[in-house]
Structures are given as structure tokens and as C-alpha cells.
Ligand binder design. Structure first.
Ligand code: GLU
Length: 462
């Protein structure tokens, strides 16, 4: 069974780079009928917060990414880590090191003076003497002294590290007994049965260390997929400046989970030329071996395009429910259908859609100067009044087509072009020259409000 995990350190909000590897891990587990574990790596008490952990869980909830079993918190697993540290000590695979900070600094300076890599020199590796007084030891693991370690990566192929370039007997427990990062990651991945690790390639250099821990404890090494980073359009690592990187910010901007997940799955992974993937399709088609070897480029236009696609194709009841988050409650069923049908094709985001709808529902507060100049000609007010009079006389004004008929009668009888009524009416109703069809607007706001807006526009612009 495939068991994957997402293992964020709760130092801040969930960002899209993290979410992308979470999605990849989730999809691969689901595709294989496996398990997807959420593990919060909160051992660094100075940098981690419960708030950040909660924010990650909230983001998962919003996106509909479900994890299997309870959320694992590393902070609750300290006893387990201590047990394994002791086991390695007992088996002679790790040892106490009594080197003081000063000694370590001295060693480092000497090595740097010789232009060597700063590394621990193994002086307590085979120590049998009496430990120096007053020094709390750290625990170091016995790493290989020579040769190489090869990470068999499912994306990058075999990546070989020379031991002399990257390894020393690294610390697995600090002087206060707390375990170190690479040690706990390896222990957890092994004990939680994680056999497929999909994570950012910024972790690739940690992998040999984690493999040392696996070897020492006789754990099976998982399959690794180190995913290349996301870059901005200048080819630099994505930063906050490039856009909203906190996942929940995308919610506030009006992107739907479907759009965001579809956008993310395509950042670094492809399936032919296909751009649109439903969750079911993603689960069917995703395979980490198809992840690109090079960095992917973050392009917000693509996200907007996907977002527009999902909004356009969403059912109206669901759409109107989502709009409530943006303060828009559409109560009347018919009007809601007419409005959403007319406007959902024009919106990039839910926020856009909410704005477009509010522009129709609320009478204009200001009239766009340019639009007024362009639309209100000498005879415009008289034509508007004529139209208003016809509306008053009409019966059965409900649907857009009913209003359209009145406009048509007017232009036919007066033998004028449609623009003669269309443009001034548009400015009167919406304050500007853009927006949805006027018949839609009138049908949604109704006859009284239409008449009111015509009167106000004439008063304000005479
Ligand atoms: N906790 C690490 C991070 O948030 C990830 C560890 C891992 O995926 O192995 O960057």
C-alpha cells in the first residue's frame, strides 16, 4: 500500500509551494488506494505555533484535502524519539560527544584556515575515557566515514553524494536531550509506514542524513521524489512579492478550491496538453514519475483562466452559496438564476462576480464622466422619459425578454438605432457603459427600481 505524507513545519501559513507537494502526495496515495498522513513538525518550540498549525489544517479543510487517521504532532512523540536515541546508543551506533562549544569553534576555525569543509572530526567516536566534568553531551550518530550515498530519486534519477563532502557524525540529540530535525523525520517516516516521500527539492541535501538514520535502525528506505521549486516569471524562487503565497489568501481573493488545485497540479506536472483536471481526473492520472525535472513557473494569468472556467461551469445554487462569503446574499430564486447566468461568464474570481452583481443590484452612486459625455446626447433625456412612460404602461414585466420587447418597440416606432436608448439607459442604470445586458439588469431590479434610476440619472445630469 502506498503511504505518503505531508509534513509541514508550522512556522507560518501554508504557502502554495507546500500545498503543491501536499497535493501530489495526496493524489498519489488516493490513486493507489493508499494513505495520506498529515504530520505537523512542531519540535522547534521557538519557531512553531499552534496558530500556524491550525491555519494549515483550516487550509486543508477549505480545499477538501482529507488526511487519513489523526493528525500527528511531533511534539507529542518525544518519548519515541528518546527511545530510539537510547537504542542507537546501546547498540554502539551513536555516542555521547562532550566537545564544548569553544572546542567546536576552534576546530571550525582551523578547518576554515586550511580551506576545508567545517565538520565534526569524530574525536569522541571511540572514546572510552572519563568524560570531562560539567559538559552535558550531545548524541552523535556514526555516519559512514567514506564512500558515497546515492539517493534514488523518482524525478531526478540517482543523485550521489560523496560522504566527505556532506557528512560527519551529525547530532541526533542536543545537550538538553531534544532530538534533531533529520533524526525525527526519518524515525517518523519509518514508524508511520511512509514508503513514498514527495517533497520539495530544497530537502534533497537532508536525504543522505535521513538515510544514515534509516540504515542505523534497519528501516526500509522509502521511495523519494524531490520536486523542483516554483519560480516566478523572472526565474527566481517564488516569494511573497510575486503574489499571494498564503493559501487562504487565494480564498479571500475569490478563487475556488477546484481552480487552485487544478492550477497547482499543473505546476510541474503535465498529462499531454490537458489543462483542466477535475479532482477525480487528477487522482486517476497523476503519477509522480511525470513531474518535470526543471522548475515550474508561477503564472497568475493561468490561475485566472482556470478560475473563470470553473466559475462559468458551476451550478447556480452552489455559486450563490459561495458568494455569501463575499457578503452577497441572493435571495430570490428567479433573479438569482438570471443574474448568475448573465454574469458568471464575465468573472475571473468569486470576488469579481460579487462585484459585478453588486453593481447591478445597487443604484449608481456616481456616473462615470466619460460615459455621461458619450451617452447623454441632446435628445437622450426625452428618449429615456419616453421609455419610462412605456414601462409604466406595460404589463407583465418579468423576464429579460419582456423588457427587451419594450426597448424594441421604442426603437422601431421612433425609427432610431438601438444605441440611442441603449447607451443613455445603461449609464442611467449602472453609471457606466459596461456591464451585462440591460434587459437582464431591468428584469433583476424590476420596474420600480428601473424607473427610479432613470429619474435620478436625469436629475443628476441635467
Ligand atoms: N517539515 C519540513 C518543511 O516544512 C518538511 C519535511 C519533509 O517533507 O521531509 O519544510
Amino acid at each position: 500500500m502506498v503511504v505518503t505524507r505531508f509534513a509541514p513545519s508550522p512556522t507560518g501559513y501554508l504557502h502554495i509551494g507546500g500545498l503543491r507537494t501536499a497535493l501530489f502526495s495526496y493524489l498519489w496515495a488516493k490513486k493507489n488506494g493508499g494513505k495520506f498522513i498529515l504530520r505537523i513538525e512542531d519540535t522547534d518550540l521557538t519557531r512553531n505555533s499552534q496558530e500556524a498549525a491550525d491555519a494549515i489544517v483550516a487550509a486543508f479543510k477549505w480545499l477538501g484535502l482529507s488526511h487519513d487517521g489523526e493528525i500527528e504532532y511531533q511534539s507529542k512523540r518525544m518519548d519515541i524519539y528518546k527511545r530510539y536515541i537510547q537504542k542507537l546508543l546501546d547498540e554502539g551506533k551513536a555516542y555521547n560527544c562532550y566537545m564544548s562549544k569553544e572546542e567546536l569553534n576552534e576546530l571550525r576555525e582551523e578547518q576554515m584556515a586550511r580551506k576545508e569543509r567545517a565538520m565534526y572530526d569524530g574525536r569522541y567516536r571511540d572514546f572510552t575515557g572519563t568524560p570531562p566534568e560539567g559538559v552535558e553531551p550531545v548524541v552523535r550518530i556514526k555516519a559512514p566515514l567514506e564512500g558515497s550515498i546515492t539517493v534514488q530519486d523518482g524525478i531526478k534519477g540517482d543523485v550521489t553524494f560523496e560522504v566527505k563532502d556532506i557528512l560527519d557524525d551529525f547530532i541526533i540529540a542536543r545537550a538538553d536531550g531534544s532530538p534533531t530535525y533529520n533524526f525525527v523525520v526519518a524515525i517518523d517516516d519509518a514508524l508511520m509506514g511512509i514508503n513514498t516521500v514527495i517533497r520539495g527539492d530544497d530537502h534533497l541535501s537532508n536525504t543522505p542524513k535521513q538515510m544514515v538514520v534509516y540504515e542505523a535502525l534497519g528501516f526500509e528506505i522509502p521511495k523519494f521524489y524531490h520536486v523542483p521549486m516554483i519560480h516566478n516569471s523572472q526565474g527566481k524562487k517564488l516569494s511573497k512579492r510575486d503574489g499571494a503565497t498564503d493559501v487562504m489568501e487565494y480564498k479571500n481573493l475569490g478563487y475556488t478550491p477546484e481552480a487552485l488545485l487544478n492550477f497547482l497540479v499543473r505546476l510541474g506536472w503535465s498529462h499531454g496538453d490537458q489543462e483542466i483536471f477535475s479532482m477525480t481526473e487528477m487522482m486517476e492520472l497523476f503519477d509522480p514519475k511525470d513531474i518535470n525535472r526543471s522548475a515550474s513557473i508561477y503564472n497568475v494569468d493561468k490561475l485566472d483562466w482556470l478560475s473563470a472556467h470553473y466559475i462559468k461551469n458551476m451550478q447556480n445554487p452552489e455559486l450563490s452559496e459561495l458568494l455569501e462569503y463575499f457578503g452577497l446574499v441572493l435571495s430570490s430564486h428567479d433573479k438569482r438564476e438570471i443574474l448568475l447566468d448573465a454574469l458568471k461568464e464575465r468573472a475571473k474570481t468569486l470576488q469579481d462576480l460579487a462585484d459585478l452583481i453588486s453593481e447591478v443590484l445597487g443604484a449608481p452612486v456616481v456616473y462615470d464622466e466619460k460615459a455621461v459625455k458619450k451617452a447623454f446626447k441632446e435628445d437622450s433625456f426625452e428618449i429615456l422619459n419616453d421609455f419610462a412612460a412605456r414601462l409604466k404602461k406595460s404589463e407583465d414585466l418579468h423576464l429579460p425578454i419582456d423588457y427587451h420587447r419594450v426597448m424594441e418597440e421604442l426603437v422601431n416606432e421612433r425609427a432610431i438605432g438601438f444605441g440611442k436608448i441603449g447607451q443613455p439607459l445603461r449609464v442611467a442604470l449602472l453609471g457606466k457603459l459596461s456591464g451585462p445586458g440591460l434587459d437582464v439588469v431591468m428584469s433583476v431590479i424590476g420596474r420600480d427600481e428601473t424607473l427610479q434610476r432613470i429619474t435620478s440619472a436625469i436629475e443628476a445630469n441635467s
